[in-house]
Design a protein around this ligand. Structure first.
Ligand SMILES: *Cc1c(COP(=O)(O)O)cnc(C)c1O
Ligand SMILES: [Zn+2]
Length: 434
């Protein structure tokens, strides 16, 4: 097996890598910083974001230049903050955007689509953000790649470390689903279970990042990491024939994904690849950890952190979401809403999606489907809108979560008579215990 690493491959032949990347810019005070592994503004502690020269991009990026690229997120590399050719030959992204007529009918929508990110290499959308972050970590010369994770980020980081040749450390809350812990261990990562919530893990990682010269996805390389989420918007527009949808529904953990999907559609408009259109954006959370939904519903501008998240949607269980404030602002501007789903609604959502469209999503997907249902019932998502629901993780990761809404199979003796009795409804009800 040959593994192509970021460092060994030549620079992009187009040669515009320098000029298209302007630097980092503070989202609060607008101060500019060079492209370095930093994530907060020295002056106001605001979050830093990658800034591009959209005039350069407008001149150099075309639908055709994108179409010539690989069938992965790297077809949009000019719109990502990497300078090396970071494609490791892994198919991250370019996942199916599938029409969902059956689910649409069940919910009362005429034009519903599912962006199925459950089929990425480690079975969640986190492979996108990690592909960009790991490439950037290599460019910066780090030898260790790390993260605080609610579950999915851990396996994405662990696997990417193998692909690009970085040591990995992943930190998880101790009550993470065992399947997700095993999903990180299998790649040989250093997995650390922390006695605390995700927010405790994140705080610990900030302290570790001050001590160790490591690239942390959620900390010093976060501005680059989060840019990877834009590719979900780029693909959606391209797969719809270079057109933005009317309304998107996005699950929220830290809120980064939702803000970056908005940024992605905005960038395509800014460089002239799609027509101007204010895409409506709604957000989905779980009731046991729905600080953004709560602030939205109560009309607050600030988020009140959830101290003790309690939901089966563990991948979304961030009590103090870093981008929550920006999500609130954005969703209000775009005429969407943020709502939360209960554990039962989440499991029902997982079942409904699988039973109507053949897509088995993890709990986060159940959250998205359940919230979409509410938004349709409330008239916030309209029946004639072209709607895209983002399905961000695979159901096999959280298989136990769906059990309560499924009926275990009947248990029969291995005989034709027994089966015929069952079909005729004459058999005593014996069911397999699951
Ligand atoms: C991390 C994650 C999200 C949301 O990520 P944020 O960018 O932190 O809001 C959504 N779905 C799944 C399955 C995830 O793992
Ligand atoms: Zn600032």
């Amino acid at each position: 097996m040959t593994i192509t690493t970021a460092r060994e491959t030549p620079a992009h032949p187009a040669g515009n890598a320098e000029s298209r990347l302007v630097g980092l810019r503070c989202r609060e005070c607008g101060r500019r910083f060079p492209i370095e592994p930093v994530h907060v503004c020295d002056f106001c502690f605001g979050p830093l974001e990658v800034e591009y020269d959209y005039e350069v991009l407008r001149r150099t990026v075309t639908r055709e230049s994108i179409a010539r690229g690989p069938l992965s997120i790297w077809r949009y590399r000019d719109l990502l903050p990497v300078e090396s050719l970071a494609d490791t030959g892994w198919r991250v992204g370019y996942t199916p955007l599938q029409p969902a007529p059956n689910l649409g009918r069940a919910l009362g929508l005429k034009d519903l689509w599912i962006k199925n990110d459950s089929v990425n290499p480690t079975f969640s959308f986190k492979d996108r953000v990690v592909a960009v972050a790991s490439a950037k970590a290599r460019e910066f010369g780090f030898d260790t790649f790390a993260c605080a994770s609610t579950g999915n980020l851990a396996s994405a980081v662990a696997a990417a470390g193998v692909r690009v040749g970085l040591k990995t450390y992943v930190f998880l809350p101790w009550d993470t689903e065992p399947s997700k812990i095993l999903n990180a261990l299998v790649y040989g990562a250093n997995v650390i279970a922390v006695k605390g919530t995700y927010d405790d893990v994140n705080r610990l990682c900030s302290e570790i990042a001050d001590q160790c010269h490591w690239a942390f996805c959620n900390i010093n390389v976060r501005p680059y990491y989060s840019e990877g989420s834009k590719t979900l918007a780029f693909e959606t527009a391209e797969q719809l024939g270079w057109e933005a949808p009317d309304h998107v529904v996005v699950p929220i953990a830290s809120g980064s994904l939702l803000t970056k999907i908005a940024k992605g559609f905005g960038e395509l408009q800014q460089i002239g690849l799609i027509a101007e259109k204010p895409v409506r954006i709604s957000g989905a959370q779980a009731t046991g950890c729905g600080p953004v939904a709560e602030a939205f519903e109560r009309g607050w501008d600030a988020i009140k952190p959830v101290q003790h998240p309690d939901t089966i949607a563990k991948s979304l269980a961030i009590g103090n979401p870093a981008d929550g404030y920006y999500v609130l602002k954005l969703v209000r501007e775009r005429g969407g809403a943020v709502r939360a789903a209960t554990n039962d609604e989440i499991a029902q959502g997982m079942h409904l999606l699988a039973a109507t469209e053949g897509v088995f999503a993890e709990t986060a997907g159940g959250v998205t489907v359940a919230v979409l249902k509410k938004l349709v019932e409330e008239g916030i998502v309209r029946s004639d809108e072209r709607v895209v629901a983002y399905i961000t993780g695979n159901g096999l990761k959280t298989i136990d979560a769906v059990a309560p809404v499924l009926v275990p199979p009947p248990l029969v003796e291995p005989s034709l008579e027994a089966f015929e009795a069952l079909l005729a409804g004459r058999a005593a009800e014996h069911r397999l215990e699951l």
